[in-house]
Design a protein around this ligand. Structure first.
Ligand code: PLP
Length: 394
């Protein structure tokens, strides 16, 4: 009677939401102190003062009708100009404002980009470990996903990636800093990926695109640079989000930037406009576009994430868990001692530790710990992680 795919999608909650809800229920029974919720990637640092001031100013002093009106569907000229200037200044790449499209966060940016690119049965390559929602956007658009495994250090397995390319491959989705591994892909890796895609694009006589999913670009804890994909490969789109960069994920603001060197960039922009329209987005939130026109270059403070990352990594490795040191985002990926991530998540629950099995991220055998929590939660959780480790030794 209804759309079967949508019923299934709506009936099955993500493992992350499921755990988070479990934590809320448990907190009601046994108190918040007994719950260590490492399940969800909700920022735990305040929005920058300048952003707060801009929002107060906009909502209290300005003409309220203008502040809350529809904007044009691609977004206001002021917001897109501010973003274009920011990209030029930071990455030395000129992306004209008429190749920038404002969205409700990276989720909408991804859904719109995939719908804009996808012809029936097109394939999108996903580099494990990856954000599970990609598959939802691809299947909704009528495409198919092909998953490429990761190397031990969480780099993309480029040999497997090249083997996965077919004449139907439309794009590769790349997420760096990565959710869930915390990996930053190096310039060298992206250049090698670009070489493969250039070669394959020439062989098939059509461009294969890179979609760079960048909600964690500003969350970096090492000296490692996060390369800008447009400087490496022409047929590229950046899906950016301010959810984590400005610590306001509930406000839904981000953008798509299309590389001006991409094949048929103008037509692709029209397809983006069409996909946004078809998916019913109308326009991104007006208030937050206005805020961006005033403070696009602001960044949320990330010091506490850095401290948490170090504390957790040191604590878990001291206890004897195996994990790769995260370079960015706010996730740490631990190896399940017996290779079974579902079992590890279940065992952890017994101690009140909510960690997400890696299976939905196409990374069986790992669990994700989101460390965007109070430092105190990490300190108090470590003895419980120790008990979790001991549970494998009995
Ligand atoms: N991409 C990745 C890898 C994410 O982790 C998330 C959110 O956690 C998103 C996209 C969506 O972010 P947004 O809040 O901007 O929609």
């Amino acid at each position: 009677m209804f759309n079967d795919y949508m019923v299934k999608l709506g009936s099955k909650r993500s493992a992350i939401r499921e755990l988070h809800e479990f934590g809320n229920r448990r907190a009601k029974v046994s108190g918040q102190d007994g719950v260590f919720d490492f399940s969800i990637g909700n920022p735990s640092v305040p929005i920058p003062a300048a952003v707060k001031d801009a929002l107060v100013k906009l909502t209290s002093q300005s003409d309220s009708v203008a502040v809350h009106s529809y904007t044009s569907s691609q977004g206001s000229e002021e917001a897109r100009e501010a973003i274009s200037r920011g990209i030029s200044k930071r990455f030395g790449k000129y992306v004209p404002s008429d190749l920038i499209y404002m969205t409700c966060g990276a989720s909408a940016a991804l859904a719109i980009s995939i719908n804009a690119l996808c012809e029936p049965d097109d394939e999108f390559i996903l580099c494990a470990p990856y954000f599970p929602e990609y598959t939802v956007y691809i299947r909704t658009a009528g495409g198919k996903e092909a998953t490429v495994p990761f190397l031990e250090n969480f780099d993309i397995d480029l040999v497997a990636l090249e083997a996965a390319i077919t004449p139907r491959t439309k794009a590769v989705i790349v997420n760096s800093p990565n959710n869930p591994s915390g990996k930053i892909y190096s310039l060298d890796l992206l250049e090698r990926l670009a070489n493969i895609l250039s070669r394959k694009s020439a062989e098939f006589g059509k461009p294969i695109f890179i979609i760079a999913d960048e909600p964690y670009r500003e969350l970096v804890y090492s000296d490692k640079e996060v390369p800008y994909v447009m400087n490496v490969y022409p047929h590229s789109l950046v899906c950016y989000s301010y959810s984590k960069a400005l610590s306001l994920p509930g406000e839904r603001i981000g953008y798509i930037a299309i590389c001006p060197d991409a094949a048929n960039a103008r037509e692709l922009y029209s397809a983006v406009l069409g996909a946004g329209r078809a998916l019913g987005y109308v326009c991104a939130p007006s208030l937050f576009q206005k805020m961006l026109a005033m403070c696009e270059s602001e960044k949320a403070p990330i010091e506490s994430y850095r401290t948490n990352c170090q504390l957790l990594y040191d604590g878990l490795t001291r206890i004897g868990f195996e994990c790769v040191p995260p370079e960015g985002a706010f996730y740490l990926f631990i190896k399940a001692p017996n290779g079974d991530s579902e079992d590890m998540s279940d065992r952890a629950k017994e101690f009140g530790l909510l960690i997400v099995p890696g299976d939905d991220f196409a990374a069986k055998g790992y669990c994700r710990v989101a460390y965007c929590v109070d430092k105190d939660v990490i300190i108090r959780s470590l003895p419980l992680f120790e008990k979790l480790k001991e549970s494998y030794e009995k």
